[in-house]
Design a protein around this ligand. Structure first.
Ligand code: BJW
Length: 228
């Protein structure tokens, strides 16, 4: 019945795979100030701290973390759905891809990539972040930074996302707290376009009241039920 779907995922979709969310009590930021590990100023002040924050998550991703039923259900939807589908994730993990999704827009970047801070050229991450992880695009080579979007930086793919939101007839948000913009504003854009809007979350998000319907519960259970 739907022809054009936009799906937005957040940390909650990867929680059951063992990836920590940000704002939970035992979350990723529990031991850090957000300004220290999620801003460009924090990175330039103390690159060692920020590199280690991302290296720890990279190592975790390499060591036994697997996609869950929610990632797999979205991959099946992509394969079977005959209309237009845009899967936008705020997550920097690669669990959507490993779950079988082929077309994923990582609006906050990717943990498995590094970026030259001078040219913005992006490289696969083959060794941990640190002073030895150098770009090959500059002379002298530059120390690469995580390919992620911190507060105050511009998320990736926004033109494509807004274009899809303007045309969509279903907007589905999964496992995101609705506290970070511009992603938290997507439901409003979709509503303005006349789309149906559906939230799947363990708890009501900050923008819960803007969704036309809700499915409360674990993504691993609710996503397969809703999309299949
Ligand atoms: C489950 C579950 C289970 C658990 N099943 N569910 C005032 C007003 C408006 C905007 C601003 C403002 N002041 C400043 C801004 C801008 C700022 C912003 O939004 N700040 C807020 C703090 C207010 N935004 C930016 O700076 C962005 N850039 C920008 O705005 O550029 C200018 C611009 C202008 C105009 C148009 C467009 C752009 C950049 C934001 C970058 C965010 N970066 C991070 C770090 C990325 C790298 C990394 O991973 O380390 O992205 S911050 C962090 O938050 C990360 C996430 O992607 C993002 C969202 O978090 P998410 O995914 O929602 O996780 P949680 O932990 O918050 O929530 C988890 C949810 O899952 C919960 O709801 C649980 O209930 C649920 N859950 N288990 C289902 N099993």
């Amino acid at each position: 019945m739907y022809q054009r779907i936009v799906i937005l995922t957040g940390a909650g979709i990867s929680a059951e795979s063992g990836m920590k969310t940000f704002r939970a009590e035992d979350g990723l930021w529990e031991k850090h100030r957000v300004e220290d590990v999620a801003t460009p100023e924090g990175y330039w002040r103390n690159p060692e701290l920020v590199n280690e924050f991302y290296n720890a998550r990279w190592r975790q991703l390499q060591a036994g973390i697997e996609p869950n039923e929610a990632h797999r259900a979205l991959a099946r939807l992509e394969q079977e759905f005959e209309g237009e589908l845009l899967l936008v994730t705020q997550n920097i993990d690669d669990l959507h891809e490993r779950g079988g999704s082929r077309r994923v827009l990582h609006m906050h970047g990717e943990l498995v990539k590094a970026r030259c801070p001078r040219t913005q050229q992006v490289f696969p991450l083959v060794q941990p972040f640190g002073p030895d992880n150098l770009c090959t695009c500059c002379e002298p080579p530059q120390v690469m930074r995580p390919h992620v979007v911190w507060f105050g930086e511009m998320p990736f793919g926004l033109d494509r996302i807004y274009e899809a939101l303007e045309r969509c007839d279903l907007f589905l948000a999964i496992g995101t707290s609705g506290t970070v913009y511009p992603a938290a504003g997507f439901v409003d854009q979709a509503n303005q376009a006349g789309a149906d809007s559906v939230e799947i979350n363990l708890e009501p998000s900050e923008v819960h009241s803007q969704f036309r319907s809700h499915h409360q519960g674990r993504a691993g259970q609710r996503v397969p039920e809703v999309v299949e």
